[in-house]
Design a protein around this ligand. Structure first.
Ligand SMILES: [Zn+2]
Ligand SMILES: [Zn+2]
Length: 556
C-alpha cells in the first residue's frame, strides 16, 4: 500500500542563531519527498572565536543528498542572511533560484565583482505573483522591511497553506517599497492557514516599531542643523535610508557623496529598479574633500565595523580620498549585529578621539529595525489565525519568547523547531518526527571547510598558546650533531623575574638530550616526545600556559 503524503518543514539554518537562514519544505511520503528551499544566507563568524574565519554558511549536506528532488530555491529578499550563501553553495544544489528583480540585481552585481563566481540559474518573480513547483503553489506576498522587495511566501499544498513570513514589519509609510497589507494577510487567514513560520527577531521588544519615514524626517533635521560635514553610515542594502539621506541633503543644499563598493553597487541596482528616481546623481568620493564643509553629506559603508570597509579605513586615516576633520558629524544610521559590537566600538572611540561628533540610535531616532515588535506580531496573528506557529529567525531566547507569545495569542499548536528537526505539519497534529544533519560550515580564505576540520581547533589553540619548534640532528651513534635549532612564536620574551624564556627553552632541550642514554637517542620518536614534554612543562612553570611544541629529529 502506498504511504500517504506528508507536508514537512525542515529548518537548516537561522533557528537558534541570527543569520544563515535556510528552510526546507517537503511534500510526499517519507523517502520520496519533493523539496523547496527558502533562502540561503550567511552568518558572521566573529563571535565564534575562530581566528581567520569571517563567514559561515548553513551546512546543506541534507539537501545536497536530496538535490534530485529539490525543485527550486526561493529567495524572500536580498539581505545577506538570506542570499549571501547562494554563490558559494548553489553549485552543490543546482536547482533554479527564484528571486525578485532587485534581489537578482544584487546577486548579479556581486557576481560581476567576484571573478570566478558561478552563474546561478536565476528566475525573476515579481512581488504579488505565484509560481507552481510540483505540489507547491508559492505566492510572493509583499511585506515592509529594511530592503526593497521583501516577501512573505504563501505556500499552498494539497495538505494546506503555510505562511513563511520571511523578515517583515508593519510600516504604512516605508519611504521605499511595499507596505505589509492587512487586507492581503486577512484574506490568507480567511482562506485558512495551516502553519505560520515567523520572524522572531524583535519579539522581546514591546510596542510597535517607528516608521522608516520617521527616521527620514529626523535625519533631515539633524543634517540641516549640522554646521560642518556630515557622514551617514548605514547598511548599503537599506535603499530607503539611502534615499532619505539623499533627499535630506538636497533639502538643505548639500551634495551627496557615496563611498564604498557595496554602496556603489546597491545604488546602481536601486537606480535600475527605479527606487532612486527623481534624485540627483551621487558625487564621487573626492568631492567630500573639496566641497564647502556645509555643502556635503557622505553615505559610507562599514556601519558594522568591518575592518576593510570605508568607515574603518577613514577612521584609521587610511582612506585614499576621504578624511574627517574635527567638528564633522558621523551618524550611525544602523544597529550592531550581535558579534560586531567591539569592532564598532573601536571605530566610534577612534572618531571621538579625533574630535568627530557621533550620533547613534541611542541618542536619536536615526535607525529603525526592519523586524516586528510585539504589537505588530499580535496584529499578524490576529489577521492570519494559523493553526500551527513555529518561531524562526532568532536566537534561542527569541524563539522561546515567540513560542510563549504565539500561545498567548491563542495559536492552538506551537512547535519549537531547531536546525535539523523534521516537523510534520500535516496530516494530523504537528510534531517533530525526525532529525537530519544540520550545522555550520566555514569560509576559510578561499576554501569552505566543515566544523570537524582539524585546522579550526588547532588554530584556536595556537592563538592562545603560541608554538615552540625545535630541530635536532642526531648521528648513527646517537650523538647530537651541532646545536639544536629553536624557533618560538607567540610566547612572551621574559618570565616574571625577567629571565629570558628562549634561554630557558634552550637549556631544557640541552638537559633532556644530555640525560638520554645514547640508545634512546637513536629512537627519534622517543627524543621528540621527551623534548616536547620537557619544554611544555618548563614553560608552564614560568608562564602558567603550555605552548604547542613541534620537535623534529633528523637522523644524519
Ligand atoms: Zn532581512
Ligand atoms: Zn533576516
Amino acid at each position: 500500500m502506498a504511504r500517504p503524503d506528508e507536508l514537512v518543514f525542515v529548518p537548516l539554518g537561522g533557528l537558534g542563531e541570527i543569520g544563515m537562514n535556510a528552510a526546507l519544505y517537503g511534500f510526499g511520503p517519507p523517502r520520496a519527498r519533493q523539496w523547496i528551499l527558502v533562502d540561503c544566507g550567511i552568518g558572521f563568524a566573529g563571535e565564534e572565536g575562530l581566528p581567520g574565519v569571517d563567514l559561515m554558511f548553513p551546512d546543506l549536506a541534507f539537501v545536497e543528498a536530496e538535490r534530485d528532488n529539490l525543485l527550486a530555491t526561493l529567495i524572500t529578499h536580498a539581505h545577506e542572511d538570506h542570499i549571501g550563501a547562494l554563490a558559494e553553495l548553489w553549485p552543490r544544489l543546482r536547482a533554479p533560484v527564484y528571486a525578485t528583480r532587485f534581489a537578482i540585481g544584487v546577486l548579479e552585481a556581486r557576481r560581476l565583482g567576484e571573478p570566478g563566481a558561478p552563474k546561478v540559474e536565476l528566475k525573476e518573480i515579481a512581488p504579488g505573483r505565484r509560481v507552481q513547483l510540483g505540489p507547491f503553489d508559492i505566492e510572493y506576498v509583499p511585506v515592509a522591511h529594511s530592503i526593497p522587495e521583501s516577501n512573505a511566501l504563501a505556500i499552498r499544498t494539497p495538505l494546506g497553506l503555510v505562511l513563511h513570513t520571511g523578515d517583515w514589519k508593519l510600516d504604512d509609510t516605508p519611504f521605499v517599497g511595499n507596505t505589509t497589507s492587512e487586507e492581503v494577510f486577512r484574506a490568507l487567514g480567511d482562506e485558512g492557514i495551516l502553519a505560520l513560520i515567523g520572524d522572531s527577531t524583535n519579539v522581546v521588544r514591546e510596542g510597535r516599531s517607528p516608521s522608516e519615514s520617521d527616521v527620514a524626517k529626523r535625519l533631515a533635521e539633524i543634517i540641516a542643523a549640522s554646521p560642518n560635514r556630515v557622514a551617514v553610515t548605514t547598511f548599503a542594502s537599506n535603499v530607503a535610508r539611502i534615499r532619505a539621506v539623499a533627499l535630506a541633503a538636497r533639502a538643505c543644499g548639500r551634495e551627496c557623496v557615496a563611498v564604498g563598493r557595496a554602496m556603489d553597487r546597491i545604488i546602481e541596482v536601486a537606480r535600475e529598479c527605479g527606487y532612486l528616481d527623481g534624485l540627483p546623481d551621487f558625487r564621487p568620493p573626492d568631492a567630500y574633500g573639496y566641497l564647502p564643509r556645509d555643502k556635503v553629506v557622505a553615505l559610507i559603508t562599514g556601519s558594522q565595523g568591518e575592518p576593510r570597509a570605508a568607515l574603518a579605513r577613514i577612521a584609521d586615516d587610511e582612506h585614499p580620498e576621504i578624511a574627517f576633520s574635527k567638528g564633522d558629524r558621523v551618524i550611525f544610521s544602523s544597529r550592531a549585529i550581535p558579534g560586531n559590537e567591539k569592532a564598532i566600538g573601536r571605530i566610534v572611540n577612534t572618531l571621538v578621539r579625533s574630535g568627530i561628533e557621533i550620533v547613534t540610535d541611542r541618542h536619536d531616532l536615526v535607525h529603525v529595525s526592519g523586524h516586528p515588535r510585539r504589537d505588530e506580531l499580535a496584529a499578524m496573528y490576529r489577521w492570519t489565525r494559523p493553526r500551527i506557529a513555529i518561531p524562526a529567525h532568532g536566537e534561542d531566547i527569541h524563539l522561546a519568547e515567540h513560542a510563549a507569545f504565539a500561545k498567548a495569542q491563542g495559536v492552538p499548536e506551537v512547535v519549537r523547531a531547531r536546525n535539523g528537526t523534521v516537523v510534520r505539519l500535516a496530516p494530523g497534529r504537528a510534531e517533530i518526527v525526525d532529525d537530519v544533519p544540520a550545522g555550520r560550515i566555514y569560509k576559510d580564505g578561499d576554501i569552505v571547510i566543515d566544523a570537524t576540520e582539524r585546522a579550526l581547533p588547532e588554530r584556536r589553540k595556537l592563538a592562545f598558546t603560541g608554538i615552540v619548534s625545535v630541530a635536532i640532528a642526531i648521528d648513527r651513534r646517537g650523538d647530537v650533531a651541532g646545536d639544536p635549532v629553536i624557533d618560538i612564536m607567540g610566547i612572551p620574551d621574559k618570565d616574571r623575574r625577567g629571565a629570558p624564556i628562549p634561554d630557558l627553552i634552550a637549556d631544557t632541550v640541552g638537559q633532556v638530550l644530555d640525560s638520554l642514554p645514547p640508545a634512546r637517542r637513536r629512537d627519534p620518536e622517543a627524543v621528540e616526545d621527551s623534548v616536547a614534554r620537557a619544554i611544555r612543562s618548563a614553560v608552564n612553570n614560568v608562564w602558567g600556559k603550555k605552548p604547542a611544541c613541534h620537535v623534529l629529529v633528523v637522523e644524519i
